[in-house]
Every structure is written in C-alpha cells, then in structure tokens.
Design a protein. Structure first.
Length: 214
C-alpha cells in the first residue's frame, strides 16, 4: 500500500540532525538549475536530470545507512559527504544525460496530444532516475520501462504526494526561496523511500524481479 505519510516521516527521521550535506547539495542544485534556465530548455532538462541522479544516489546511501542502524538516524553520517554526491555524478552523468533527453522527448510528445496525457506520462516515467541511480549499468530505455511498471496503479498517489508539498513550497517562496534549500532534500528523500516501497510491492506482486535490475 502506498503510504505517503510514512515516506515523509521516514525522510524526516533520516534527515534529522543530518541536514548539512543534503542542504549543501540542494544549494548547488538550485544554483546550477537557475543558471541553466538562462540557456535552452534541453540544457535545463539535462542539468536537472544529471543533478537529480547524483542527489538520489546520495540519499539512497543515507537510507541504506539508516536502515543498517535499525531505521534510526545516526548523529553523523561519517561515510556520507559531498564527495558521495560527486561520486554519484561521476558514475551516472552520461546515463543521466541520455535519460534526461529520452524522458523529455517522450513527455513532450505525449503533451502534444493534450496536457493531461503529458502529466500522466510524466508520473509514469518519474521513477526512472531512481532506477538509474541505484543501478548505473541499466540503460535509460530499460529504466523507463521499469518505471512504468513501478508506477502502474500509483501515478495518482505520486501526484497527490507532490501536492502535499505545495504548502511548504508556498512558505519557501514567502521566505525569498531560502526554504527550498530544506524542502528539496525533504521531497527527494520522501520520494526515494516511495521508490523503495514501490519496488518492494512490484516484487511481491511478481511484476518485477531482482533479475530485471541487473
């Protein structure tokens, strides 16, 4: 069962006393995304995709460490640093670049039909970067196919989950955008927990198997 409240609570537990590295990464992401917006749309999409995979890679490491400690958040993630984020970029940048362009192309084509199909496909493909961050050898096309299976029956859940952050986004804008430094890690960490649970559910329903991620 998709439980967004649980994912958000787990995200806050993991981030508790450990906001430093995620917030630093968030600042870098927001700065580079802002600069890329002055360029072309494909450039902005690629920068966002590459950075997102690096961020997700870092958050997956944090979650793995948290779970290894019984789900409790340690005072310091000694093995998690800004270098973890750089490692994620180094290992995934090319695949993330291709994935960003592939994702953008398909969402754009579906949007030409009508606005709503574009939104549906956006959520259908929304887990592909999580698949790629966890499995660097998986191609962008295969990651997209896996994402469609993971999100089958849960696209509306993911949409509502995004809506649940709108209040915080509004408050962040009232603070001159400063609040996004904390909101961005919160949303991505929550979605990372959602990805792991969607993957677990897909395994239990025999929609996917570990072999599909090899």
């Amino acid at each position: 069962m998709f439980d967004r409240a649980k994912y958000k609570k787990s995200a806050l537990n993991t981030l508790h006393n450990n906001w430093g590295v995620p917030c630093l990464i968030s600042i870098v992401y927001l700065a580079l995304s802002g600069l890329s917006n002055f360029g072309t749309l494909p450039l902005s999409v690629c920068v966002s995709g590459i950075m997102s995979v690096g961020i997700i890679f870092t958050f997956m490491k944090m979650i793995s460490l948290s779970l290894s400690l019984g789900g409790t958040s340690p005072e310091k993630y000694e093995n998690i640093s800004f270098n973890t984020f750089l490692q994620g970029l180094e290992e995934h940048w090319l695949n993330a670049l291709l994935g960003s362009l592939w994702n953008f192309l398909w969402v754009f084509l579906w949007s030409l039909l009508f606005f709503i199909p574009g939104i549906v496909k956006y959520y259908s493909y929304s887990m592909m970067f999580y698949v790629m961050a966890e499995n660097p050898k998986i191609s962008a096309m295969k990651a997209m196919d896996i994402s469609k299976i993971l999100t089958s029956g849960h696209k509306s859940d993911l949409f509502v989950m995004d809506l649940s952050f709108l209040g915080w986004a509004f408050l962040s804008m009232l603070c001159g955008g400063i609040g996004f430094i904390w909101l961005y890690p919160y949303t991505h960490m929550s979605k990372t927990y959602a990805y792991f649970d969607l993957k677990r559910m897909a395994f239990s329903q025999n929609k996917l198997s570990p072999a599909d991620f090899e």
